[in-house]
Design a protein. Structure first.
Ligand code: ZN
Length: 338
C-alpha cells in the first residue's frame, strides 16, 4: 500500500459554532481515537489555506468577501443553522485548502489515499450561499482543481453523508467531468436529491441520486454501493475518486434515522477502494457530517483503516431499492441493464 495522508489544521477548532451539533469537539474526538491507534499508518500533514483562485473557481468573489467580512466583524449567521465566528473564514480556507492539498498529492501519486479531517464541512454550500453548516464547498473546490490544473479528465464524487449534498449536486449538474453520486436518507434535510434529479445538458446522467428511506442500514447502503455505484463508477472510469464522507448515517447519530455501524463504514470504504483500484484512481476522503462523537470517531478510524488495507466486503443481495435504481439509471449506464 502506498503513502496515506491525514490532513488537519488547528484552525478547525477556531470555527466556533456555539451550542451546535457541528462543533470543534468532533475533530478532537476523531484525533483522540486516532492517537490511540497510532494514526493507522497515516502521515499527518497540515492543511494549507486554499488560495483565493481555488475557492473562486467554485464561489463568486462577492460571496467569499462576504464570509470574510462576517468573520472580521466577529461573526454572524449565514442561514438559520449556519454560523460563522471570528475564526470561521480562516478555518474555511484551511478546510478548502486541505481538499486542494490532498488532491495535489493524489494526482501526483505522491499519496494513494488521503483523509481530510477539517471543518467546516462543505457539501451543502452552494456557489453564492452557505447553508447546512457549510461555508465553502470543499469537495467541489478539490474536484475543480484536479480538472483545471492537475490533469484529471473525470472525477467521481461519492457523497455518503446521510444528507443530500445539494451544493455539490448543483455545482456539477451540467457537467460530465464530475460524476456526482449521492446516497442519502429521504425524507430529510435539505429535501433535494430525488432519484429523478439526474443532471442537465452535457451533465445528463452524471448526477446519480440514490435516496434511501429512514431505517435503512447495511443491506440498503451496501447493496446500492455494490450493485449501482460500483458498476457506474467502473463505466465512468474516473482519474480521481473523492468521497464526501459524512458519518451521520450511523445508527447513533442524532440528526438522522439510518442504521449503519462503524463496520458498515469499513465495508463501504472497502467497496470504494476496490473500485478505485480497479480504475487505477487515487482515493481522497473529506469529512462532512457525523454528530455523535463516539460513533464519528470510531467510524472515521474504521474508514481510514479500510481505505489503507480493507478487504473486499461480502456481496450483499440486491433488494428492491437496487432493482429500482438499476432500472432507472440503465438508460445512461448500460452495464446496469445486464
Ligand atoms: Zn449530513
Amino acid at each position: 500500500m502506498g503513502r496515506a495522508l491525514y490532513l488537519h489544521h488547528p484552525s478547525s477548532l477556531e470555527h466556533d459554532t456555539g451550542d451546535h451539533p457541528e462543533r470543534p469537539e468532533r475533530i478532537t474526538a476523531i484525533e483522540r481515537e486516532l492517537e490511540v491507534r497510532d494514526w493507522l499508518g497515516y502521515e499527518r500533514v497540515q492543511a494549507p489555506r486554499a488560495d483565493r483562485a481555488a475557492v473562486e473557481a467554485v464561489h463568486p468573489a462577492g460571496y467569499v468577501d462576504g464570509v470574510e467580512r462576517i468573520s472580521e466583524s466577529g461573526g454572524g449567521m449565514l442561514d438559520m443553522d449556519t454560523v460563522a465566528s471570528a475564526g470561521s473564514f480562516d478555518a474555511a480556507l484551511h478546510s478548502a485548502g486541505g481538499a486542494v492539498r490532498a488532491v495535489e498529492a493524489l494526482m501526483s501519486r505522491d499519496a494513494e489515499v488521503a483523509f481530510c479531517a477539517l471543518r467546516p464541512p462543505g457539501h451543502h454550500a452552494e456557489p453564492a450561499r452557505g447553508m447546512g453548516f457549510c461555508l465553502f464547498n470543499n469537495v467541489a473546490i478539490g474536484a475543480r482543481r484536479a480538472l483545471a490544473a492537475l490533469g484529471a479528465r473525470r472525477v467521481l464524487v461519492l457523497d455518503w453523508d446521510v444528507h443530500h449534498g445539494n451544493g455539490t449536486n448543483d455545482i456539477f449538474y451540467d457537467s460530465d467531468e464530475v460524476l456526482y453520486v449521492s446516497l442519502h436518507q429521504s425524507p430529510l434535510y435539505p429535501g433535494t436529491g430525488a432519484i429523478t434529479e439526474n443532471g442537465t445538458g452535457r451533465g445528463e446522467g452524471y448526477t446519480v441520486n440514490l435516496p434511501v428511506p429512514p431505517g435503512s442500514g447495511h443491506d440498503e447502503w451496501l447493496g446500492l454501493l455494490q450493485h449501482v455505484v460500483v458498476p457506474i463508477g467502473r463505466e465512468y472510469d474516473p482519474d480521481l475518486v473523492l468521497v464526501s464522507a459524512g458519518f451521520d448515517a450511523h445508527r447513533d447519530d442524532p440528526l438522522a434515522n439510518c442504521l449503519l455501524t462503524e463496520e458498515d463504514y469499513a465495508a463501504l470504504t472497502a467497496g470504494v477502494r476496490g473500485l478505485a483500484a480497479e480504475v487505477s484512481a487515487p482515493l481522497g476522503f473529506l469529512l462532512e457530517g457525523g454528530y455523535d462523537l463516539r460513533a464519528l470517531a470510531s467510524s472515521v478510524a474504521a474508514t481510514m483503516a479500510a481505505a489503507h488495507d480493507g478487504a473486499a466486503p461480502a456481496e450483499v443481495d440486491p433488494g428492491p431499492l437496487v432493482a429500482h435504481a438499476r432500472a432507472h439509471y440503465a438508460r445512461w449506464w448500460p452495464s446496469l441493464a445486464a
